[in-house]
Write a protein that binds this ligand. Structure first.
Ligand SMILES: [Zn+2]
Length: 468
């Protein structure tokens, strides 16, 4: 063999072998993060656990909980006899706490890891793989369900539901719907004016956000998201912190525009939620029939009273100071972030005073390291709530808001509670989170079992026995 032929063959062999190694790696990654379907027992018995049921102020006494298939079959203080014909795994709880999987009501599955500048320019195939890896991490933090508040998450949701990649249940909104210049309009100034009927912008092609400037346009965009599988619809009713062209004080959609979205969503048996901080934007949304307000940090007392009277949900979060630090000092975005953060205490105080139906969601964006603080952000609610109230909000209460998706809810069964007949999304916590809420801030160490839909995704409790 002459040297030239050898070299060319080696040149050929190297990329080929790399491809083989890469495909083995990808295959191995899929296998290790997907649920091990074959090794799953048909029933799981948690023995000697104390139950936080997602609603109560305290833990139960020593209890046994039997999961069969994807549901909780039996909860009993007496021993639960085992069916000899089924393959049951016994987990010795040793007095640890069994609680419902956590729910994050304001999550952006596709936008957790990319930086703000990457998000509109990166390849969507790559973005989906990164979002899949983040979804696995999200589940491993004990968040078994997320409500996606904007972004092209339909493919990821399907991959998770099909067992291709492990991750939480997703209630997708699809693209955020905004007005020209509103929160979520990330176009550059040179892209204005838009000619009606012109090709879609990059953010619209990706399904990240859609611009709509009339009731008719809103209807089209809402119906498109519903066709794609949205479980609820998200509009931005006022200005936002991170958007380049929307001051915080502005109200964006008109009432007829908001109403067009509400009508289209209600025709599909579901609801509209809006991003809104200010009293005007919140009140206008409520007048148009919107059922849920995201954030609300600049609300006032009459607005809180109106929300209470109408039974409107508040889905909010205590934003950490880091979100302001993410913007250059003296920038408009920095000032806007400080203004929103300053409103947090007042909003939670009003929410408690008027007993608002209050849900919890983190809204962590553009930061993988911030995402590791998902549980810590929840634990931060003890500034206003007891640990039991905090955990009930992120489980049973959040699940009540999810039921507003009606027939668009893709997951038949009860979420967010430990009840007989409920879906088996469960965490076994090494300790009592009602005494030490900080346990939920360190999920890797303290969540010793993570179960979703009856399947065990993590179990580091020493095995006692497996009975048939
Ligand atoms: Zn958001």
């Amino acid at each position: 063999m002459n040297k030239g032929a050898f070299d060319s063959r080696r040149r050929l062999a190297t990329p080929l072998s790399k491809l083989v190694v890469l495909s083995l790696f990808i295959f191995g990654w899929l296998v290790s993060t997907a649920p091990a379907q074959d090794s799953q027992p048909s029933a799981v018995l948690f023995e000697d656990v104390r139950v936080f049921d997602g609603k109560s102020a305290g833990l139960s006494g020593p209890t046994n909980v039997l999961v069969r298939g994807n549901k909780i079959e039996k909860i009993s203080t007496a021993p639960i006899p085992l069916d000899r014909t089924s393959n049951t795994r016994i987990i010795n709880g040793g007095g640890r706490t069994l609680m419902p999987g956590l729910i994050d009501m304001h999550w952006h599955t596709m936008f957790v890891r990319p930086s703000h500048s990457e998000v509109l320019v990166w390849d969507l195939g790559y973005a989906n793989l990164v979002a899949g890896a983040e979804a696995t991490d999200t589940l491993m933090r004990g968040f078994t369900t997320v409500r996606d508040m904007g972004g092209p998450s339909f493919g990821l949701k399907r991959a998770i539901d099909d067992g291709v990649v492990s991750g939480p249940r997703i209630f997708p909104s699809g693209a955020v719907i905004t007005i020209t210049g509103g929160h979520g309009d990330f176009r550059q100034l040179f892209e204005v004016p838009r000619i009606l009927g012109s090709p879609l912008t990059r953010m619209e092609q990706q399904g990240a956000s859609m611009v709509a400037d009339s009731p008719d346009e809103v209807r089209v965009r809402v119906r498109e998201q519903l066709m794609l599988g949205a479980t609820q619809i998200k509009l931005t009713a006022g200005g936002g912190v991170a958007s380049p062209h929307s001051p915080l004080d502005v109200s964006t959609f008109t009432e007829p525009e908001l109403h067009a979205a509400v009508e289209a969503a209600e025709n599909w048996g579901t609801y509209v939620t809006v991003h809104a901080y200010t009293p005007t934007s919140i009140q206008r949304a409520i007048a148009a029939g919107v059922k849920c307000i995201e954030h609300g940090q600049l609300m006032d007392e009459p607005t809180a009273r109106l929300m209470a009277e109408r039974g409107i949900w508040l889905s909010t979060q205590p934003f950490p100071d880091e979100i302001a630090k993410a913007f250059p000092p003296n920038s408009q975005e920095h000032a806007k972030a400080l203004e929103v953060i300053a409103g947090t205490d007042k909003t939670y105080t009003l929410a408690k005073k008027y007993k608002l139906k209050t849900a919890f969601g983190t809204d962590i964006l553009f930061s993988q390291s911030q995402a590791t603080q998902q549980g810590a952000m929840l634990a931060g609610l003890v500034r206003w709530y007891t640990p039991a109230e905090t955990l009930a909000m992120a489980t049973g209460t959040n699940a009540q808001l999810l039921t507003m998706s009606g027939n668009r809810n893709p997951y038949a069964g009860k979420l967010g509670v430990v009840d007989e007949g409920a879906l088996a999304d469960l965490l076994l916590v090494d300790g009592n989170p009602l005494e030490n809420i900080q346990l939920i801030a360190e999920p890797a160490r303290n969540f010793v079992v993570i179960m979703k839909d009856g399947k065990i995704y993590k179990n580091i409790v020493p095995e006692v026995s497996t009975r048939r």
